[in-house]
Ligand binder design. Structure first.
Ligand code: GLN
Length: 311
């Protein structure tokens, strides 16, 4: 049976999503994100051969939020290797992305690098030995390098908005600091975290940045070996099991790809050996994952036969 025409499939899915009325609710707890147009929808798929299939608002930058946690994890592993796992676990949490309950039982060690507590610990690792400004510069430079695009910037309005209202993240950071899981002044760690969450990227830029994960650690566009094949495989495993918080099981069941969501409505998904995929729709489901983003990815993997669990 011939491979479906990817460009056509992506265009069709974008049209189907734009026509739907169920969209979920935009993240209300970050004032700046509450103002984003809930009707936006964009999707970009970059295939192994470099073909770019795009639909909808594919060039419009949005707040990548927790999708940035894939890239901070990659950087932290590059800096300290497997010692990172002393500070953060590798198990799905089954709790909300901003939950605090499990930290008390587990000596302040977060379950995985993708819930907020875990991502704060990862950011703290990147920060150690640096000034916040330097750590943030390193993260931003990494995103530009991966996407091969120097125009990527941080949305200071979003960062400031979270800095003023991120009381829950401050609680998580202070709690972990009391166990020594966070080593730097909590305000520094939080500042770097809020700013990397506030990086703005389009679906095209995000799909480009994710290419190394789809191709054994190497970006076929730039030819850069970003990480070893083993590390790429492991990051993908974490994305599959933890990338959608307490919605990770449902995402694996419906979509069948490693994926990382953000409350800006973005999802980066990886079809190993086949494609890097970015989708954006700001309305969220009850777990804080993009509602239409997930539905669009489900349609894509079904039509292309790309689920890692088989057609
Ligand atoms: N910056 C957001 C927060 O810390 C990220 C959460 C998310 O995208 N799930 O709450």
């Amino acid at each position: 049976k011939p491979e479906p025409d990817l460009a056509l499939v992506v265009r069709e899915i974008a049209e189907e999503m734009q026509a739907r009325s169920d969209r979920g609710d935009v993240a209300g707890y970050i004032p700046e994100l509450a103002r984003v147009d809930p009707n936006a929808f964009g999707m970009v798929v970059i295939a192994a051969d470099g073909q770019i299939a795009a639909g909808g608002d594919s060039e419009q930058p949005f707040s990548i939020q927790s999708v940035s946690k894939v890239f901070t994890l990659t950087l932290a592993l590059g800096k300290v290797g497997d010692r990172l796992w002393r500070r953060v676990g590798r198990e799905p949490s089954g709790t909300a992305f901003n939950s605090i309950v499990q930290l008390e039982r587990e000596n302040g060690v977060p379950r995985n690098p993708f819930i907020n507590a875990g991502a704060l610990a990862v950011t703290d690792v990147i920060l150690s030995g640096h000034q916040p400004r330097e750590a943030l510069g390193e993260i931003l430079r990494f995103m530009r390098f991966l996407a091969d695009d120097v125009s990527i910037v941080i949305d200071e309005g979003v960062a400031g908005s979270e800095q003023r209202t991120g009381f829950r993240n401050a609680a998580l950071a202070n709690y972990m600091r009391s166990f020594g899981v966070i080593e730097n002044p909590v305000d520094f760690t939080l500042g770097v975290y809020f700013h990397h969450c506030a990086i703005a990227m389009s679906c095209r830029q995000l799909a480009m940045a994710g290419r190394f994960l789809a191709h054994g650690g190497r970006n076929p566009e730039t030819g850069h070996n970003v990480v070893t094949p083993e590390r790429a495989r492991r990051i993908n495993a974490l994305m599959l099991t933890c990338g959608h918080y307490d919605g990770s099981g449902e995402f694996a069941y419906r979509v069948g790809l490693p994926g990382k969501s953000g409350v800006g409505g973005g999802i980066l998904a990886v079809a190993p050996g086949k494609a890097s995929i970015a989708v954006w729709s700001p309305g969220l489901d009850a777990s804080g994952n993009s509602h239409l983003g997930r539905i669009a990815l489900e349609a894509l993997t079904r039509r292309m036969g790309w689920s890692i669990f088989g057609a």
